[in-house]
Design a protein around this ligand. Structure first.
Ligand code: NAD
Length: 302
């Protein structure tokens, strides 16, 4: 980040730093939660198969969970796991009082239906917020567990905007994991929402109207500098690993960052933007789930 001149560096939204502050705060809250006589919050993460990227994510989640003073339970299942076997494990985790949050790492092998699996997690332990109960609550604007990545994006936006009322927010990407819940969260902030997807006719023209632009497509470099309204806040959720001329790989986002930086008012880098917030929000949701179990909260997400 220090490689940019000061006038451009000031535009960067420091996801890494904001995530660190959030994780530190959660750590302090976990200590006082335990001091009050409550159980140590516990997070179970289930990985099926041996996708190298997923293995890295899952291990990282376990490290951060320990750092925040919570218990981490890892379940690594083989690629050949049957759906019934996974559902049986989830039933055990649902019934285990030491576990307050359950996350099944996606993607799953083809023999397992992710919708069936996410709906098998008890709603009060569904810290990824992807089950139909929490998704329904979000769409109704009532308290629940909110998917970690869009929740992290919202926190990054709140670091720039005290009030988003009346702003035009354009979300490019309409997945259940990111785009749709993001749009719901922005609607709750009184934004006017547009959601673009692969069938949208002129995504560039729509993006140019955005005061807030959130991009989550997985198409690296899709959003060019001339897609951005001068001064807009840009949140880049995309993560793609691309080869470098030196024969290595590096992570890039969905936004052509070098083009976008001079035009945007504020922008997240990749890496170091949304990614770290996703894990911090997972810890946030796990503590929230533990509080709900102890009857200390009705379940508000923020
Ligand atoms: P997805 O494939 O499920 O959904 C992609 C969405 O983008 C779809 O709605 C599709 O219609 C839309 N889209 C694709 N091409 C488009 C185009 N040319 N114009 C307009 N819309 C287009 O992906 P996802 O799970 O939502 O993830 C999106 C990206 O975000 C991926 O790169 C993923 O790795 C990344 N991601 C990052 C984090 C994080 O923690 N930073 C978390 C989740 C996902």
């Amino acid at each position: 980040m220090s490689t940019f001149p000061p006038e451009l560096a000031g535009k960067l939204i420091d996801g890494k730093g904001i995530a660190r502050s959030l994780t530190d705060r959660i750590g302090r809250e976990v200590s006082s939660f335990i001091e009050q006589g409550n159980a140590v919050p516990g997070l179970a993460v289930v990985l099926v198969g041996n996708d190298p990227a997923s293995e890295v994510y899952v291990k990282n989640k376990a490290i951060q969970t320990h750092r925040a003073g919570m218990r981490s339970f890892m379940h690594m299942l083989p690629q050949s796991t049957k759906q019934e076997e996974l559902l049986e494990l989830l039933a055990q985790l649902n019934a285990n009082p030491q576990i307050h949050g359950i996350l099944v790492q996606l993607p799953l092998p083809p023999q397992i239906d992710p919708v069936v699996v996410t709906n098998a997690i008890a709603p009060h332990k569904d810290v990824d917020g992807l089950g139909e109960v929490n998704a329904g609550r979000l769409s109704l604007g009532i308290d629940g567990l909110v998917p970690c990545t869009p929740l992290g994006c919202l926190m990054l936006l709140q670091s720039v905007h005290k009030d988003m009322t009346g702003k035009h927010a354009v979300v490019i990407g309409a997945s259940s994991l990111v785009g749709k819940p993001m749009a719901q969260l922005l609607l709750k902030q009184n934004c006017t929402i547009s959601v673009a997807h692969i069938h949208t006719r002129d995504t560039r023209a729509l993006a140019r109207e955005a005061d807030i632009l959130v991009v989550a497509t997985g198409k690296h470099g899709l959003v060019r500098g001339d897609w951005i309204k001068p001064g807009a806040t840009v949140i880049d959720v995309g993560i793609t690993r691309v080869p470098t001329p030196e024969g290595r790989t590096r992570l890039v986002g969905d936004v052509a960052f070098e083009e976008a930086l001079p035009i945007a008012g504020h922008i997240t880098p990749v890496p170091g933007g949304v990614g770290p917030m996703t894990i911090a929000c997972l810890l946030h949701n796990t503590l929230q789930a533990a509080r709900v179990t102890q009857g200390q909260s009705k379940g508000e997400a923020l």
